[in-house]
Design a protein around this ligand. Structure first.
Ligand code: GLC
Length: 475
Protein backbone atom coordinates (compact mmCIF):
# COMPACT_ATOMS: atom_id res chain seq x y z
CA UNK A 1 0.00 0.00 0.00
CA UNK A 2 1.30 3.42 -1.00
CA UNK A 3 1.49 6.04 1.73
CA UNK A 4 1.45 9.65 0.61
CA UNK A 5 1.56 12.81 2.69
CA UNK A 6 0.71 16.15 1.08
CA UNK A 7 2.06 19.23 2.85
CA UNK A 8 0.52 22.50 1.75
CA UNK A 9 -0.48 25.87 3.11
CA UNK A 10 -4.10 25.81 1.94
CA UNK A 11 -6.90 23.43 1.01
CA UNK A 12 -10.56 23.89 0.19
CA UNK A 13 -13.01 23.81 1.88
CA UNK A 14 -10.97 24.71 4.98
CA UNK A 15 -8.91 27.74 3.99
CA UNK A 16 -7.84 28.98 0.58
CA UNK A 17 -6.69 32.09 -1.22
CA UNK A 18 -6.39 30.74 -4.76
CA UNK A 19 -5.86 27.79 -7.08
CA UNK A 20 -3.52 25.97 -4.72
CA UNK A 21 -6.43 25.55 -2.31
CA UNK A 22 -8.58 24.06 -5.07
CA UNK A 23 -5.88 21.55 -5.96
CA UNK A 24 -5.12 20.43 -2.40
CA UNK A 25 -8.85 20.19 -1.77
CA UNK A 26 -9.47 17.86 -4.71
CA UNK A 27 -6.32 16.07 -5.95
CA UNK A 28 -5.83 13.80 -2.90
CA UNK A 29 -9.35 12.38 -3.21
CA UNK A 30 -8.77 11.88 -6.94
CA UNK A 31 -5.55 9.96 -6.26
CA UNK A 32 -7.42 7.85 -3.73
CA UNK A 33 -10.11 7.20 -6.31
CA UNK A 34 -7.52 6.09 -8.86
CA UNK A 35 -5.69 3.89 -6.37
CA UNK A 36 -8.19 2.74 -3.75
CA UNK A 37 -5.46 1.03 -1.83
CA UNK A 38 -3.36 4.07 -1.10
CA UNK A 39 -3.30 5.89 2.21
CA UNK A 40 -3.17 9.56 1.33
CA UNK A 41 -3.18 12.29 3.96
CA UNK A 42 -2.81 16.05 3.91
CA UNK A 43 -1.23 18.35 6.48
CA UNK A 44 -1.80 22.12 6.67
CA UNK A 45 -1.83 24.93 9.23
CA UNK A 46 -4.90 25.49 11.40
CA UNK A 47 -5.72 29.12 10.55
CA UNK A 48 -8.27 31.18 12.41
CA UNK A 49 -10.18 31.23 9.10
CA UNK A 50 -11.17 27.58 9.62
CA UNK A 51 -14.79 27.72 10.77
CA UNK A 52 -16.16 26.54 14.12
CA UNK A 53 -18.33 24.09 12.21
CA UNK A 54 -15.22 22.45 10.73
CA UNK A 55 -13.44 22.57 14.09
CA UNK A 56 -16.36 20.73 15.66
CA UNK A 57 -15.66 17.82 13.30
CA UNK A 58 -12.00 17.63 14.32
CA UNK A 59 -10.37 15.25 16.66
CA UNK A 60 -7.42 16.31 18.76
CA UNK A 61 -4.52 14.02 17.92
CA UNK A 62 -1.75 15.33 20.15
CA UNK A 63 0.12 18.25 21.68
CA UNK A 64 3.87 18.62 21.57
CA UNK A 65 6.60 21.20 21.15
CA UNK A 66 8.52 21.74 17.95
CA UNK A 67 12.01 23.20 17.89
CA UNK A 68 12.77 25.86 15.33
CA UNK A 69 16.27 27.23 15.82
CA UNK A 70 16.44 28.41 19.43
CA UNK A 71 12.65 28.46 19.74
CA UNK A 72 10.57 25.76 21.34
CA UNK A 73 7.03 26.27 20.13
CA UNK A 74 3.74 24.73 21.08
CA UNK A 75 2.30 22.51 18.37
CA UNK A 76 -1.16 20.98 18.51
CA UNK A 77 -2.38 18.52 15.92
CA UNK A 78 -5.99 18.00 14.89
CA UNK A 79 -7.52 15.84 12.21
CA UNK A 80 -10.68 15.08 10.29
CA UNK A 81 -11.63 12.94 7.34
CA UNK A 82 -12.98 14.59 4.18
CA UNK A 83 -13.81 12.59 1.02
CA UNK A 84 -11.92 9.57 2.34
CA UNK A 85 -8.78 11.64 2.94
CA UNK A 86 -7.34 12.41 6.40
CA UNK A 87 -6.54 16.09 6.82
CA UNK A 88 -4.21 17.11 9.65
CA UNK A 89 -4.12 20.65 11.00
CA UNK A 90 -1.14 22.10 12.80
CA UNK A 91 -2.21 24.41 15.58
CA UNK A 92 -0.20 27.31 16.90
CA UNK A 93 -2.22 30.45 17.51
CA UNK A 94 0.77 32.75 17.56
CA UNK A 95 1.59 31.77 13.97
CA UNK A 96 -1.82 31.10 12.42
CA UNK A 97 -4.22 33.44 14.17
CA UNK A 98 -3.52 36.32 11.81
CA UNK A 99 -6.73 36.95 9.88
CA UNK A 100 -5.09 36.48 6.48
CA UNK A 101 -3.22 33.38 5.35
CA UNK A 102 -0.20 35.26 4.07
CA UNK A 103 1.34 38.67 4.10
CA UNK A 104 2.75 38.89 7.62
CA UNK A 105 6.31 40.13 8.19
CA UNK A 106 7.27 36.80 9.71
CA UNK A 107 5.83 34.55 6.97
CA UNK A 108 9.17 32.79 6.54
CA UNK A 109 9.17 31.82 10.21
CA UNK A 110 5.48 30.85 10.18
CA UNK A 111 5.93 28.43 7.31
CA UNK A 112 9.35 27.18 8.41
CA UNK A 113 7.64 26.23 11.66
CA UNK A 114 4.90 24.47 9.71
CA UNK A 115 7.50 22.49 7.73
CA UNK A 116 9.56 21.57 10.76
CA UNK A 117 6.39 20.35 12.47
CA UNK A 118 5.46 18.26 9.42
CA UNK A 119 8.68 16.26 9.58
CA UNK A 120 8.91 16.16 13.37
CA UNK A 121 5.38 14.83 13.80
CA UNK A 122 5.82 11.70 11.67
CA UNK A 123 7.02 9.43 14.49
CA UNK A 124 4.37 10.81 16.83
CA UNK A 125 1.53 9.90 14.47
CA UNK A 126 3.38 6.79 13.41
CA UNK A 127 2.97 7.64 9.75
CA UNK A 128 6.11 7.48 7.66
CA UNK A 129 4.90 8.12 4.12
CA UNK A 130 6.58 6.62 1.09
CA UNK A 131 6.20 10.02 -0.54
CA UNK A 132 6.25 13.40 1.11
CA UNK A 133 4.68 15.70 -1.46
CA UNK A 134 5.17 19.38 -0.67
CA UNK A 135 3.52 22.23 -2.56
CA UNK A 136 4.88 25.73 -3.22
CA UNK A 137 7.33 27.73 -1.13
CA UNK A 138 5.31 27.57 2.08
CA UNK A 139 5.83 23.79 2.26
CA UNK A 140 9.24 23.75 0.58
CA UNK A 141 11.23 23.57 3.82
CA UNK A 142 9.58 20.23 4.65
CA UNK A 143 11.60 18.74 1.79
CA UNK A 144 14.76 20.54 2.92
CA UNK A 145 14.39 19.44 6.56
CA UNK A 146 13.62 15.89 5.51
CA UNK A 147 16.74 15.57 3.41
CA UNK A 148 19.15 17.74 5.40
CA UNK A 149 18.22 16.86 8.97
CA UNK A 150 16.80 13.36 8.75
CA UNK A 151 18.21 11.98 5.52
CA UNK A 152 20.31 9.46 7.41
CA UNK A 153 17.79 8.59 10.07
CA UNK A 154 16.03 5.26 10.07
CA UNK A 155 12.49 5.30 8.67
CA UNK A 156 12.98 8.84 7.33
CA UNK A 157 15.68 7.58 5.01
CA UNK A 158 13.25 5.81 2.70
CA UNK A 159 10.84 8.72 2.28
CA UNK A 160 10.90 10.10 -1.25
CA UNK A 161 10.26 13.81 -1.60
CA UNK A 162 8.23 15.41 -4.35
CA UNK A 163 7.99 19.17 -4.71
CA UNK A 164 5.31 20.81 -6.84
CA UNK A 165 5.60 24.36 -8.08
CA UNK A 166 2.22 26.02 -8.46
CA UNK A 167 3.66 29.45 -8.95
CA UNK A 168 7.35 30.18 -9.24
CA UNK A 169 6.85 33.87 -8.61
CA UNK A 170 6.69 33.33 -4.85
CA UNK A 171 9.84 31.60 -3.62
CA UNK A 172 10.15 32.37 0.09
CA UNK A 173 13.26 34.51 0.24
CA UNK A 174 15.14 36.06 3.13
CA UNK A 175 18.54 37.09 4.40
CA UNK A 176 21.14 34.36 4.48
CA UNK A 177 22.24 35.33 7.98
CA UNK A 178 18.82 34.15 9.20
CA UNK A 179 19.52 30.56 8.30
CA UNK A 180 20.87 29.41 11.63
CA UNK A 181 18.75 31.65 13.80
CA UNK A 182 15.48 31.16 12.00
CA UNK A 183 15.70 27.68 10.56
CA UNK A 184 18.11 26.05 12.94
CA UNK A 185 20.18 24.72 10.06
CA UNK A 186 23.95 24.38 10.27
CA UNK A 187 25.94 26.58 7.93
CA UNK A 188 27.11 23.55 6.00
CA UNK A 189 23.64 23.56 4.45
CA UNK A 190 24.09 27.11 3.14
CA UNK A 191 24.76 25.89 -0.43
CA UNK A 192 21.36 24.15 -0.42
CA UNK A 193 19.39 27.27 0.42
CA UNK A 194 21.53 30.06 -0.94
CA UNK A 195 20.59 31.60 -4.25
CA UNK A 196 21.77 34.95 -5.56
CA UNK A 197 23.01 35.88 -2.09
CA UNK A 198 19.64 35.15 -0.45
CA UNK A 199 18.10 32.28 1.41
CA UNK A 200 15.52 30.78 -0.95
CA UNK A 201 13.12 28.08 0.29
CA UNK A 202 11.88 27.08 -3.15
CA UNK A 203 15.39 26.67 -4.49
CA UNK A 204 16.23 24.45 -1.51
CA UNK A 205 13.25 22.19 -2.21
CA UNK A 206 14.05 21.95 -5.93
CA UNK A 207 17.59 20.89 -5.14
CA UNK A 208 16.63 18.41 -2.40
CA UNK A 209 13.51 16.81 -3.90
CA UNK A 210 13.64 13.46 -5.68
CA UNK A 211 11.12 14.77 -8.18
CA UNK A 212 9.97 18.28 -9.04
CA UNK A 213 6.72 18.87 -10.81
CA UNK A 214 4.70 21.80 -11.94
CA UNK A 215 1.08 22.11 -12.90
CA UNK A 216 1.23 21.89 -16.69
CA UNK A 217 3.67 20.44 -19.24
CA UNK A 218 4.08 23.76 -21.02
CA UNK A 219 4.88 25.64 -17.80
CA UNK A 220 7.46 22.94 -16.96
CA UNK A 221 9.18 23.93 -20.14
CA UNK A 222 8.65 27.68 -19.80
CA UNK A 223 10.26 27.91 -16.35
CA UNK A 224 13.54 26.79 -17.85
CA UNK A 225 13.78 30.20 -19.46
CA UNK A 226 14.52 33.55 -17.81
CA UNK A 227 11.23 35.06 -19.08
CA UNK A 228 9.22 32.78 -16.80
CA UNK A 229 11.52 31.48 -14.08
CA UNK A 230 11.72 34.55 -11.82
CA UNK A 231 15.45 33.85 -11.65
CA UNK A 232 15.41 30.12 -10.93
CA UNK A 233 16.10 28.83 -14.47
CA UNK A 234 19.75 27.89 -13.83
CA UNK A 235 18.67 25.69 -10.92
CA UNK A 236 15.81 24.14 -12.90
CA UNK A 237 18.08 23.57 -15.87
CA UNK A 238 20.44 21.72 -13.54
CA UNK A 239 17.54 19.64 -12.18
CA UNK A 240 15.82 19.19 -15.55
CA UNK A 241 16.07 15.40 -15.36
CA UNK A 242 13.69 15.29 -12.41
CA UNK A 243 11.31 18.02 -13.63
CA UNK A 244 7.90 17.15 -15.03
CA UNK A 245 4.56 18.87 -15.70
CA UNK A 246 1.11 17.48 -14.93
CA UNK A 247 -1.98 19.46 -15.82
CA UNK A 248 -4.41 20.21 -12.98
CA UNK A 249 -8.03 19.17 -13.06
CA UNK A 250 -11.07 20.61 -11.29
CA UNK A 251 -13.50 19.13 -8.82
CA UNK A 252 -16.44 18.44 -11.10
CA UNK A 253 -18.82 18.05 -8.16
CA UNK A 254 -17.98 21.34 -6.51
CA UNK A 255 -18.18 23.03 -9.91
CA UNK A 256 -21.32 21.48 -11.29
CA UNK A 257 -23.92 23.74 -12.93
CA UNK A 258 -26.47 20.92 -12.74
CA UNK A 259 -26.38 20.96 -8.93
CA UNK A 260 -24.86 24.28 -7.93
CA UNK A 261 -27.22 25.91 -5.42
CA UNK A 262 -25.79 29.37 -6.08
CA UNK A 263 -27.53 29.46 -9.47
CA UNK A 264 -31.08 30.71 -10.08
CA UNK A 265 -31.50 27.88 -12.53
CA UNK A 266 -29.43 24.75 -12.89
CA UNK A 267 -28.32 23.49 -16.26
CA UNK A 268 -26.17 20.89 -17.94
CA UNK A 269 -25.19 20.09 -21.49
CA UNK A 270 -28.29 17.88 -21.68
CA UNK A 271 -30.49 20.76 -20.62
CA UNK A 272 -28.55 23.91 -21.36
CA UNK A 273 -31.53 26.26 -21.35
CA UNK A 274 -31.04 27.30 -17.71
CA UNK A 275 -27.90 29.17 -18.66
CA UNK A 276 -30.01 31.85 -20.37
CA UNK A 277 -31.88 32.45 -17.12
CA UNK A 278 -28.63 32.74 -15.22
CA UNK A 279 -27.56 35.44 -17.68
CA UNK A 280 -30.86 37.29 -17.38
CA UNK A 281 -30.64 37.13 -13.60
CA UNK A 282 -27.12 38.57 -13.55
CA UNK A 283 -28.03 41.34 -15.97
CA UNK A 284 -30.93 42.30 -13.70
CA UNK A 285 -28.82 41.97 -10.57
CA UNK A 286 -26.12 44.21 -12.03
CA UNK A 287 -28.61 46.59 -13.57
CA UNK A 288 -27.30 45.98 -17.08
CA UNK A 289 -29.67 46.00 -20.08
CA UNK A 290 -31.38 42.61 -20.14
CA UNK A 291 -30.49 41.40 -23.61
CA UNK A 292 -30.03 37.80 -24.55
CA UNK A 293 -28.49 38.49 -27.93
CA UNK A 294 -25.64 40.64 -26.58
CA UNK A 295 -22.66 38.45 -25.66
CA UNK A 296 -21.42 38.83 -22.10
CA UNK A 297 -17.65 38.80 -21.69
CA UNK A 298 -16.55 37.97 -18.15
CA UNK A 299 -13.26 38.07 -16.26
CA UNK A 300 -12.81 36.57 -12.81
CA UNK A 301 -9.28 37.19 -11.69
CA UNK A 302 -6.88 38.61 -9.21
CA UNK A 303 -6.00 42.07 -10.47
CA UNK A 304 -2.25 41.55 -10.81
CA UNK A 305 -0.10 42.10 -13.86
CA UNK A 306 0.74 38.49 -14.79
CA UNK A 307 -2.97 37.89 -15.36
CA UNK A 308 -2.58 39.93 -18.53
CA UNK A 309 -4.36 43.04 -17.34
CA UNK A 310 -2.06 45.42 -19.19
CA UNK A 311 -3.28 44.16 -22.56
CA UNK A 312 -6.86 44.22 -21.30
CA UNK A 313 -6.26 47.86 -20.42
CA UNK A 314 -4.86 48.48 -23.91
CA UNK A 315 -7.89 47.05 -25.66
CA UNK A 316 -10.79 47.57 -23.29
CA UNK A 317 -12.10 50.83 -24.76
CA UNK A 318 -12.03 49.37 -28.28
CA UNK A 319 -13.82 46.28 -27.03
CA UNK A 320 -16.46 48.39 -25.36
CA UNK A 321 -17.24 49.92 -28.77
CA UNK A 322 -18.43 46.46 -29.81
CA UNK A 323 -21.83 45.00 -29.19
CA UNK A 324 -21.04 43.25 -25.90
CA UNK A 325 -21.29 43.49 -22.14
CA UNK A 326 -18.26 43.18 -19.88
CA UNK A 327 -18.30 42.01 -16.25
CA UNK A 328 -15.15 41.88 -14.17
CA UNK A 329 -14.87 40.38 -10.68
CA UNK A 330 -11.71 40.52 -8.60
CA UNK A 331 -9.46 42.48 -6.30
CA UNK A 332 -5.80 43.37 -6.47
CA UNK A 333 -3.49 46.21 -7.40
CA UNK A 334 -4.89 49.67 -6.86
CA UNK A 335 -3.87 50.84 -10.33
CA UNK A 336 -6.03 48.15 -12.03
CA UNK A 337 -8.90 48.56 -9.62
CA UNK A 338 -9.04 52.26 -10.44
CA UNK A 339 -8.81 51.71 -14.20
CA UNK A 340 -11.61 49.14 -14.37
CA UNK A 341 -13.78 51.09 -11.98
CA UNK A 342 -13.42 54.14 -14.19
CA UNK A 343 -14.24 52.12 -17.33
CA UNK A 344 -17.45 50.87 -15.69
CA UNK A 345 -18.38 54.44 -14.84
CA UNK A 346 -17.79 55.58 -18.42
CA UNK A 347 -19.77 52.70 -19.95
CA UNK A 348 -22.72 52.20 -17.59
CA UNK A 349 -24.71 50.41 -20.31
CA UNK A 350 -21.97 47.88 -20.95
CA UNK A 351 -19.53 47.36 -18.15
CA UNK A 352 -19.58 46.37 -14.48
CA UNK A 353 -16.55 46.16 -12.21
CA UNK A 354 -17.00 44.26 -8.96
CA UNK A 355 -13.98 44.80 -6.78
CA UNK A 356 -14.23 41.84 -4.45
CA UNK A 357 -13.33 38.20 -3.92
CA UNK A 358 -16.63 36.36 -3.71
CA UNK A 359 -16.72 32.64 -4.42
CA UNK A 360 -20.54 32.45 -4.57
CA UNK A 361 -20.95 35.42 -6.84
CA UNK A 362 -18.14 34.08 -9.03
CA UNK A 363 -20.16 30.94 -9.72
CA UNK A 364 -23.16 33.03 -10.75
CA UNK A 365 -20.95 35.00 -13.11
CA UNK A 366 -19.34 31.85 -14.57
CA UNK A 367 -22.87 30.57 -15.22
CA UNK A 368 -24.13 33.82 -16.75
CA UNK A 369 -21.24 34.61 -19.08
CA UNK A 370 -20.85 33.75 -22.75
CA UNK A 371 -17.13 34.46 -23.19
CA UNK A 372 -14.50 34.00 -20.50
CA UNK A 373 -11.41 36.13 -20.93
CA UNK A 374 -8.07 34.95 -19.48
CA UNK A 375 -5.19 36.61 -21.34
CA UNK A 376 -2.44 35.80 -18.79
CA UNK A 377 1.14 36.85 -19.41
CA UNK A 378 2.12 33.64 -17.64
CA UNK A 379 -0.10 30.93 -16.17
CA UNK A 380 1.25 27.82 -14.45
CA UNK A 381 -2.02 26.01 -15.04
CA UNK A 382 -5.08 28.16 -14.47
CA UNK A 383 -8.29 26.65 -13.21
CA UNK A 384 -10.68 29.42 -14.15
CA UNK A 385 -10.69 28.49 -17.85
CA UNK A 386 -11.72 24.95 -16.83
CA UNK A 387 -14.41 26.16 -14.44
CA UNK A 388 -15.75 28.54 -17.09
CA UNK A 389 -15.90 25.67 -19.59
CA UNK A 390 -17.85 23.55 -17.13
CA UNK A 391 -20.41 26.39 -16.86
CA UNK A 392 -20.67 26.71 -20.63
CA UNK A 393 -18.70 29.94 -20.97
CA UNK A 394 -16.32 29.81 -23.91
CA UNK A 395 -12.70 30.64 -22.96
CA UNK A 396 -10.61 33.19 -24.83
CA UNK A 397 -7.06 32.68 -23.59
CA UNK A 398 -3.48 33.55 -24.32
CA UNK A 399 -1.32 30.60 -25.35
CA UNK A 400 0.84 30.18 -22.29
CA UNK A 401 1.42 27.51 -19.62
CA UNK A 402 -1.66 25.53 -18.67
CA UNK A 403 -3.88 27.71 -20.84
CA UNK A 404 -2.03 26.41 -23.88
CA UNK A 405 -2.35 22.83 -22.60
CA UNK A 406 -6.08 23.05 -21.95
CA UNK A 407 -7.61 25.27 -24.66
CA UNK A 408 -7.33 24.82 -28.43
CA UNK A 409 -8.42 27.46 -30.90
CA UNK A 410 -11.73 27.20 -32.73
CA UNK A 411 -9.78 27.38 -35.97
CA UNK A 412 -8.11 24.02 -35.32
CA UNK A 413 -9.05 21.11 -37.57
CA UNK A 414 -11.33 19.54 -34.92
CA UNK A 415 -12.86 22.92 -34.09
CA UNK A 416 -11.14 23.51 -30.75
CA UNK A 417 -12.71 24.42 -27.40
CA UNK A 418 -12.19 28.16 -27.23
CA UNK A 419 -10.28 31.01 -28.84
CA UNK A 420 -6.57 31.55 -28.36
CA UNK A 421 -3.88 34.04 -29.31
CA UNK A 422 -0.13 34.11 -28.75
CA UNK A 423 1.52 37.55 -28.99
CA UNK A 424 1.09 39.54 -25.80
CA UNK A 425 -0.69 42.57 -27.21
CA UNK A 426 -3.96 44.38 -26.83
CA UNK A 427 -4.58 44.10 -30.56
CA UNK A 428 -4.29 40.30 -30.54
CA UNK A 429 -6.57 40.13 -27.52
CA UNK A 430 -9.10 42.37 -29.26
CA UNK A 431 -9.02 40.18 -32.40
CA UNK A 432 -9.53 36.97 -30.43
CA UNK A 433 -12.50 38.39 -28.52
CA UNK A 434 -13.88 39.77 -31.77
CA UNK A 435 -13.72 36.33 -33.39
CA UNK A 436 -15.70 34.93 -30.46
CA UNK A 437 -18.22 37.77 -30.62
CA UNK A 438 -18.66 37.23 -34.37
CA UNK A 439 -19.32 33.53 -33.88
CA UNK A 440 -21.86 34.40 -31.18
CA UNK A 441 -24.01 35.95 -33.90
CA UNK A 442 -24.26 32.55 -35.58
CA UNK A 443 -26.61 31.05 -33.02
CA UNK A 444 -26.40 27.44 -34.16
CA UNK A 445 -22.60 27.41 -34.39
CA UNK A 446 -22.30 29.10 -31.00
CA UNK A 447 -24.63 26.67 -29.26
CA UNK A 448 -22.71 23.78 -30.73
CA UNK A 449 -19.47 25.21 -29.38
CA UNK A 450 -20.98 25.84 -25.93
CA UNK A 451 -22.12 22.22 -25.68
CA UNK A 452 -18.72 20.98 -26.75
CA UNK A 453 -16.98 23.20 -24.22
CA UNK A 454 -19.28 22.00 -21.43
CA UNK A 455 -18.59 18.38 -22.19
CA UNK A 456 -14.83 18.76 -22.24
CA UNK A 457 -13.26 16.55 -19.59
CA UNK A 458 -11.29 18.67 -17.15
CA UNK A 459 -11.68 16.17 -14.33
CA UNK A 460 -8.73 14.89 -12.28
CA UNK A 461 -9.02 11.39 -13.70
CA UNK A 462 -6.16 11.51 -16.18
CA UNK A 463 -3.87 13.64 -14.04
CA UNK A 464 -4.38 11.58 -10.87
CA UNK A 465 -3.06 8.60 -12.81
CA UNK A 466 -0.07 10.63 -13.97
CA UNK A 467 0.73 11.54 -10.35
CA UNK A 468 0.59 7.88 -9.37
CA UNK A 469 2.92 7.01 -12.25
CA UNK A 470 5.27 9.74 -11.13
CA UNK A 471 5.40 8.30 -7.59
CA UNK A 472 6.02 4.85 -8.98
CA UNK A 473 8.92 6.07 -11.07
CA UNK A 474 10.66 6.99 -7.82
CA UNK A 475 10.82 3.44 -6.50
C1 GLC B 1 -1.41 28.90 -8.86
C2 GLC B 1 -1.21 29.22 -10.32
C3 GLC B 1 -2.37 28.71 -11.19
C4 GLC B 1 -2.62 27.24 -10.86
C5 GLC B 1 -2.83 27.06 -9.35
C6 GLC B 1 -3.05 25.62 -8.94
O1 GLC B 1 -2.42 29.67 -8.32
O2 GLC B 1 -1.05 30.62 -10.53
O3 GLC B 1 -2.08 28.85 -12.54
O4 GLC B 1 -3.77 26.80 -11.55
O5 GLC B 1 -1.70 27.52 -8.66
O6 GLC B 1 -2.00 24.77 -9.31
Amino acid sequence: MKKILFAASEALPFAASGGLGDVIGSLPAAIKQADKDCDIRVIMPLYDKVTDKTRARMEKVLETTVELGWRKQYCGLYSLVENGVTYYFIDNEFYYRRGALYGAGDDLERFAFFCKAVVDLLPLIDFYPDYLHAHDWQAAMAVVYLKCLYGNTEKYRDIKAVFTIHNIQYQGMGDMYNMGDLLGLHEKFAPVLEFGGCMNFMKGAIVCADMVSTVSPTYANEILSPEYSHGLHPILEMCKGKLTGILNGIDREYYNPAKDCELVKNFSYMRAGGKKECKKFLQEYLNLPVKEDVPMVIMITRLVSHKGLDIVKESLYSLLEENLQFVLLGTGDYEYERFFDEAARRFPEKMRTLLKYDKELSKRIYAAGDIFLMPSLSEPCGLAQMIASRYGTVPVVRETGGLYDSIRDYGWPDGGNGFTFAPYSGMELYNAVKRAVNLYEDKAAWEKLVLKVMRYDFSWKKSAKLYIQMYERLN
